[in-house]
Design a protein around this ligand. Structure first.
Ligand code: PLP
Length: 416
């Protein structure tokens, strides 16, 4: 990798990992839309496979030849190099979706008989993977409430010596609850044995890579749905996993076999998005702060769930101060009433589109209990704090005056 460490991440988003001299001087990387790559000679082909399949690792400075676009592709590699800059990661694996990144990572680290401990709630698809798919492969999964104090996490680890991976989603989707990464890492280290490490992976989709850096708190891996802020325009689906080379190498090898590689066109779109990632996230956060202010002031709103907001309690506010660099632009809130009232708000919004997903430049609103988290049982939803009165917003780049006015007119209907 060609890290230019003298530059800050925002500068690297426009240059890292790309040499124009290899592409006719093109300032912007072309789309390498090819399924396969020609080797200079048979020896080069042999060496490329040795490296890709982990048979003989690349030596320092050795640049392996490209093979086949399910294994590697220049557009994908440029994105991978650039993404490492924000998190201070050694390596990155890009995937065709966030779920591809999460499932491949779990299957790379866990074998039948191993256990996984996760903060609850997590995104609905992840929840399904943990509660239904992994157990079918004899991987046991255990949940603890997001935001639990360190001793609760330690108790789980003591009670379940099979746990090899602790998975945190912080902030949690959709309750925005933060879980303490540094304390989780400490508990994992305390319960690990020399022959049995306990890894900590963090889904950083909501605040990363600008406002949260889990690797700096000792996490082993950081995961993204790149469909969200990294892509940022609701026009692609992708995912990423970042961490130490020794962990990302096997994850990439499994990606090749399971087939979760992203394509060159999608990678190119992400490259385009990376240049404005910081700008977008900072501006969207400004707009979200205006939205939070409006929600706070409205009589039909019961509670606002937003990282660092006083309503989430002193312990969460303190953790926010230690762990986060910003509160981002996803905001959840409860309204007076239940599903009918929540639906009335959703159906009355005009500037916010009624759609799942988040992190794009357009504002979206959804009802987690009946949409993104509808796979959970009533008991699981109740335990995780996902009520019928809960709404989730992703705040975009529309004029914030319009967003505030739109929310107000929709909420005013409940007051009538
Ligand atoms: C926090 C979080 N992680 C993972 C995912 C899954 O990502 P993808 O839809 O890109 O597979 C999502 C999707 O909404 C999410 O919100």
């Amino acid at each position: 990798m060609t890290h230019q460490t003298k530059f800050k991440p925002q500068t690297l988003m426009l240059s890292q990992g790309y040499d124009p001299r290899l592409s006719e001087g093109a300032v912007i990387p072309p789309v390498f839309r090819t399924s396969t790559f020609e080797f200079k000679n048979a020896q080069e082909g042999k060496r490329a496979f040795e490296i890709a399949y982990g048979l003989k690792p690349a030596s320092e400075g050795e640049v392996p030849a490209l093979i086949y676009s399910r294994v590697n592709n220049p557009n994908v590699q440029i994105v991978e190099e650039r993404l490492t800059a924000w998190d201070g990661a050694e390596a990155c694996a890009l995937f065709s979706s966030g779920m591809g990144a999460i499932s491949t990572t779990c299957l790379s680290l866990l074998k039948p008989g191993d256990g996984l401990l996760f903060s609850d709630p997590v995104y609905g698809g992840t929840e399904y993977l943990f509660r239904h798919v992994l157990p079918a492969f004899h991987i046991k999964t255990y949940a603890f409430p997001a935001g639990s104090p360190p001793d609760v996490i330690a108790q789980h680890l003591a009670a379940h010596p099979d746990v090899k991976l602790v998975f945190l989603e912080t902030p949690a989707n959709p309750t925005m609850t933060l879980t303490d990464i540094a304390a989780t890492v400490q508990a994992a280290k305390a319960h690990a044995r020399a022959d049995r490490p306990i890894y900590v992976a963090v889904d950083n989709t909501f605040l990363g890579p600008i406002f949260s850096h889990p690797l700096r708190f000792g996490a082993d891996l950081v995961l993204y749905s790149a469909t969200k802020f990294i892509g940022g325009h609701s026009d692609l689906v992708a995912g990423a996993c970042l961490g130490r080379k020794e962990l990302i190498g096997p994850i990439k090898a499994l990606r090749t076999i399971l087939g979760g590689m992203t394509d060159a066109d999608t990678a190119w779109l992400i490259l385009r998005s990376l240049g404005t990632l910081q700008l977008r996230m900072e501006k969207q956060q400004q707009h979200a702060l205006r939205v939070v202010e409006a929600l706070d002031a409205h009589a039909a709103v019961v509670k606002v769930y937003y990282p660092g907001h006083p309503m989430v309690g002193a312990a969460q506010v303190q953790l926010f101060g230690r762990q986060c660099r910003g509160s981002g632009s996803v905001v959840s809130f409860t309204v007076k009433g239940g599903e009918a009232e929540a639906f009335e708000v959703l159906d009355s919004l005009e500037a916010f589109r009624l759609a799942v997903s988040l992190g794009g430049i357009e504002s979206l609103a959804e009802h987690p209990a009946s949409m993104t988290h509808s796979d959970m049982s009533a008991e699981e939803k109740a335990a995780a704090g996902i009520g019928d009165d809960l709404l989730r917003l992703s705040v975009g780049l529309e004029d914030p005056d319009d967003l505030v006015a739109d929310l107000k007119q929709a909420l005013d209907r409940l007051a009538r």
